[in-house]
Ligand binder design. Structure first.
Ligand code: SF4
Ligand code: SF4
Length: 259
């Protein structure tokens, strides 16, 4: 996800409401050509969806499928999907024999958004972030030659991107906070940063900490909010983001409960 102001880089024109031709399906000659040799960044919500689809813990997911790299945020590491160690460097979720994506219903937001790219402008005077979509064009991708026409909003609906985008926007706020060096002199990989990494990428580890320290009991939360956090990783991740904003940046995102 790119952050930008309204002057767009040369050659990039947002699609707006105009229609574009694209369709990806098993009949295209390039089917799955895009599922290899990728530098595919994973966002926190991607990991929640993938580990659930694979029925494994977030620790197991990170150990088996992810790599931690230095990304554009110099003060917080990024997580990428580790490609298979084969000649083609294929995605670990690419099925054998042209089977396509084995985690299709829970594929990462980057895979859903393609061939579009999303950019968010948080400087809008309206106070609400503006989003823009741009068309990418790779020679190997023949989906552009298909007759199916749609607008960006059709695409977002069709690819079930709205939930992903909402969670990715919350994550972008966190990433911006991390880039402002809230580590209080501990530097990279200090205890605060390790905690933040766990909240964002290792939801099962965070869930254990929440239980051990009765974190939910320390704040004024409604019964339904507590129940949601206890049973739903997405709700717990949202709570974790608020908790980090309070702990690292003194934002009044949660009200402490007096005991
Ligand atoms: S997750 Fe699925 S769609 Fe995305 S690169 Fe891997 S196989 Fe392809
Ligand atoms: S290269 Fe394009 S059309 Fe081909 S499988 Fe990938 S997204 Fe679909």
């Amino acid at each position: 996800m790119k952050q930008l102001t309204k002057s767009f880089p040369e050659g990039m024109t947002p699609l707006g409401k105009s229609a574009f031709n694209f369709r990806c399906h098993p009949g295209v000659s390039c089917f799955t050509q895009c599922c290899r040799k990728l530098e595919l960044f994973l966002y926190p919500y991607d990991i929640i969806r993938l580990k659930k689809a694979l029925a494994i813990s977030s620790e197991e997911f990170l150990n088996t499928y992810a790599g931690v790299v230095a990304g554009s945020n110099l003060l917080f590491p990024s997580v990428i999907l580790r490609m298979r160690d084969n000649e083609e460097c294929t995605c670990p979720f690419l099925g054998e024999g042209g089977a396509g994506c084995t985690v299709y219903h829970d594929r990462p937001s980057a895979c859903r958004t393609y061939p579009l790219e999303r950019a968010v402008d948080r400087t809008s005077r309206s106070g609400r972030p503006d989003e823009y979509y741009f068309m990418t064009n790779h020679d190997y991708c023949h989906g552009h030659q298909e007759a199916q026409s749609q607008t960006v909003s059709d695409w977002l609906r069709d690819q079930r991107l709205l939930d992903y985008n909402a969670m990715d926007d919350l994550w972008a706020e966190m990433d911006t906070m991390f880039a402002a060096n809230p580590w209080r002199g501990e530097g990279a990989a200090g205890p605060r940063q390790q905690m933040a990494f766990m909240v964002c990428y290792n939801i099962d580890g965070f869930r254990r900490l929440v239980h051990e320290q009765d974190l939910l009991g320390q704040f004024k939360l409604s019964r339904s909010e507590v129940t949601a956090c206890e049973s739903d990783d997405e709700a717990l991740l949202k709570f974790g983001f608020k908790w980090l904003q309070l702990m690292l940046d003194d934002r009044p995102t949660l009200k402490p409960r007096r005991r």
